[in-house]
Design a protein around this ligand. Structure first.
Ligand code: GLA
Length: 729
């Protein structure tokens, strides 16, 4: 619900449990007055205190009043160059060379339904569940206007923001910096949580109190990256899973981003989130508009758990465009870790047959099927089947798979090219690289200039031709290197600063084309595992390969961190061989199943050589996954006990929305002597219901399970157990 009070020029945005408020003050500055637990209303600018602060300048209109300064006031959209020295939301370079933006309120519009953004991912909502507020600010001297867009999803406690900047002058205006989100906090006793890591160890949680100055996490790799994620949390110092005030903020963007938090001189805090300013310069000609990507916010009065669950629900229901929205996804078997690039049709079919017998339903042919691709030095860009490996082409293989009752899925890497390829030989100028420089290679490959429509068109047609005649139900869209040498002949020298963003727009454009062309194909995103695991990609690829690290124990950490923002159903997770290929650790097959089952489940190993006992385990896992599919897909996710605490098993639960069913998973860590027994206190159950716990066979009242807990038996190293809970009628 959006309420405008014209007397006070006050905008109050209510969701079920939160309130967000802003106010155009007497000078037209758009003040941020509140974002927190739902309150009845009133003008909360009364919380702002005005004081004469040394070295904090005042705008001309305030005359001799030295207590009015943009440098200390909480604002919706901070400007560089106008007297606020804190993190700016916008920095403009004007034709006269000045870097001043001073934006004041000029009008607004309130609409039913959610705004959409041209060419960019965004949460969607109809008139029944979302409202839009569009506030216009203008710099009359610069003749630049800014439209701040707010989407209010009442039932999801979600508020989205986006920004459109329009040049209304006669000369060019250059955007040097644009944040989609600026959020000011009056109090600074807050922790900042970021999710950071590396290839094969993504999204590890890091938490630290804000300290004076700016703390930031971001990416300049042209992708949202393995190293940092465009999702951050600010929370009260003592906030935990189920208590304390938390604000989560995500950017729906898959390229360079910056999340920055600044603790100001007077104990105030500011969070900005948007495109990274590194090598960003966007020229707006007269009449042109720039749209900044969407940011989404959840404020949760009751802790990190409720915050995540709100994001999960909103993403599942209002962001993912999933062909399997209303039916179970097939359990997949991927060829990568079984064969890498060393296969032929016979091998593939024998693997698929073995998988089929165990219950797998979709066979995914990973890298190595095209051109002369036997290793990673060659053939990216040549999207036609390797005739030696696949004499009947993709259509032939697909036909045989279909005949055995398996669906067919395929790996592609559309954004890349090998120097040793027909494509590169024909179009060496289609890669990103400044003239006269030798190529910087990464994984032996180069990046195609996706800013150019003719390049995207070629890739689209090549992939369409490859799929022709094959009934493909799944595509894995991979991206295996970061961007370097970001230069394109398609843009003049003074516009090269647009390239990083134009690249992302190009990727989105082609993804959207895929989505439209093949609405029934499930596209799984991937970038060397989880190098582009962000809400922007999720709009086009409703699941993302979470990490190249398939070790069950490392995966607990990766999936734990990922779950703070993104729902389990979006995390591609596979059972692989033991000892694990990435880290050499041995884990029981049961545990590998337990870890993978908390995501979009599948197998990625040579299942042909399994012993009868192992085959029985796999068949049971697949059966259980099918049985629990709805719980995992639509249930609420509870992090019960984080992985990695010495002597304490990791635990989590999926609870059905009606709280009558749950799947609880527990995984023990490394072994040790004299370990105490642990009791697991469950969450999210109905205290008034009695549950039958399958596996332990007993009846347990919900209140007992939540208050007193369930006794975890002694478990061996890396052993796991799964509990099915069902409420008695
Ligand atoms: C990336 C992916 C892997 C696999 C390989 C193939 O690393 O993350 O899952 O597809 O590429 O080259």
């Amino acid at each position: 619900m959006i309420i405008y009070d014209w007397r006070d020029r006050l905008f109050t945005l209510h969701t079920e449990n939160t309130t967000y408020q802003m106010k155009a003050d007497e000078y037209g500055v758009l003040l941020h007055t509140y974002y927190g637990p739902r309150v009845s209303g009133g003008d909360l600018s009364r919380l702002i205190r005005y004081a004469d602060r040394g070295f904090s300048p005042s705008p001309a209109e305030s005359g001799r009043d030295r207590t009015y300064s943009l440098d200390v006031l909480p604002q919706e959209f901070s400007c560089a160059g106008a007297g606020d020295f804190r993190l700016p939301s916008i920095e403009l370079e004007l034709p006269d060379g000045s870097h001043t933006a001073d934006l004041r309120y000029t009008g607004h519009e309130i609409r039913r339904g959610k705004y959409a953004l041209d060419g960019l991912p965004a949460f969607f909502g109809g008139e029944e569940d979302a409202d839009t507020l569009a506030v216009t600010l203008e710099d009359r001297t610069a003749r630049v206007s800014v439209e701040l867009l707010y989407g209010v999803f009442e039932k999801y406690d979600l508020i989205t923001r986006a920004v459109r900047v329009t040049n209304r002058g006669e000369g060019p205006a250059v955007l040097c910096r644009i944040a989609s989100l600026c959020l000011d906090f009056p109090c600074a006793d807050l922790d900042l949580i970021t999710f950071d890591g590396a290839h094969a160890m993504e999204r590890r949680l890091h938490r630290a109190p804000l300290r004076p100055g700016v703390q930031s996490a971001g990416s300049v790799r042209g992708m949202s990256s393995h190293q940092h994620n465009p999702f951050v949390v600010l929370c009260e110092r003592d906030a935990g899973e189920e208590h304390g005030l938390c604000w989560g903020a995500m950017l729906l963007y898959s390229g360079n981003f910056e999340a920055a938090a600044e603790l100001g001189q007077f104990g105030d805090a500011r969070l900005t989130l948007g495109i990274h300013p590194f090598h960003f310069r966007w020229t707006l000609g007269p009449g042109e508009t720039f749209t900044a990507p969407e940011a989404a916010l959840v404020c949760a009065p009751g802790g990190l758990g409720p915050m995540s669950r709100q994001f999960h629900r909103a993403i599942r229901e209002r962001l993912l465009r999933d062909p399997y929205q209303d039916r179970p996804k097939p359990v997949l078997l991927n060829s990568w870790e079984a064969f890498y690039m060393g296969f032929d049709e016979e091998k593939l079919l024998s693997l698929a047959r073995a998988g089929k017998e165990l219950g797998a339903e979709l066979f995914v042919l990973d890298d190595g099927w095209f051109g002369r691709r036997d290793d990673d030095t060659t053939s990216l860009g040549d999207w036609s089947a390797n005739a030696k490996k696949l004499p009947g082409g993709l259509a032939g293989l697909c036909g045989k798979l279909n005949a055995m009752g398996m669906e067919f899925g395929l790996w592609i890497e559309p954004e890349m090219v090998s120097e040793d390829s027909e494509l590169y030989r024909a179009h060496p100028d289609w890669v990103l690289c400044p003239p006269g420089r030798p190529h910087i290679r990464s994984r032996q490959q180069l990046v195609l200039d996706f800013t150019r429509p003719e390049v995207r068109e070629h890739v689209f047609q090549a992939i369409r031709a490859a799929l022709d005649g094959a009934d493909v139900r799944y595509l894995k869209w991979d991206m295996n290197r970061g961007l370097t040498q970001v230069w394109s002949p398609a843009l003049p020298p003074d516009r090269q600063g647009e390239l990083y963003h134009r690249y992302v727009l190009g990727v989105y454009d082609l993804l959207e084309r895929f989505h439209r062309e093949w609405p029934r194909i499930l596209i799984e995103g991937c970038a060397g595992g989880g190098g582009r695991f962000d809400a922007g990609m999720l709009y086009y690829t409703p699941q993302i390969w979470c990490s190249d690290n398939t070790d069950a124990i490392d995966r607990l950490h990766i999936q734990y961190g990922t779950s703070f923002a993104y729902p389990p159903c979006a995390m591609g997770a596979h059972v692989s061989a033991s000892p694990n290929e990435q880290n050499g650790r041995s884990t029981p097959l049961e545990t590998r199943g337990t870890a993978a089952m908390s995501g979009a489940f599948g197998y990625e190993m040579d299942v042909r050589g399994l012993s009868p006992e192992e085959r029985a385990v796999v068949s049971r896992q697949i059966e259980l996954y099918r049985d629990c599919y709805d719980l995992i897909r639509r249930g609420d996710y509870y992090r019960l006990s984080p992985p990695g605490e010495e002597g304490v098993p990791a635990a989590w639960a999926h609870v059905s929305p009606d709280r009558r069913e749950a799947l609880v998973s527990v995984v023990a860590g490394p072994t040790g002597a004299a370990r105490p027994f642990r009791t697991l206190r469950l969450r999210g159950l109905d205290p008034a219901l009695v549950y039958r716990v399958e596996g332990d066979g007993r009846l347990w009242p919900g209140d007992v399970l939540m208050a007193a807990g369930w006794p975890i038996p002694r478990m061996g190293e890396y052993e796991s157990l799964r509990l099915r809970l069902r409420a008695e009628p």
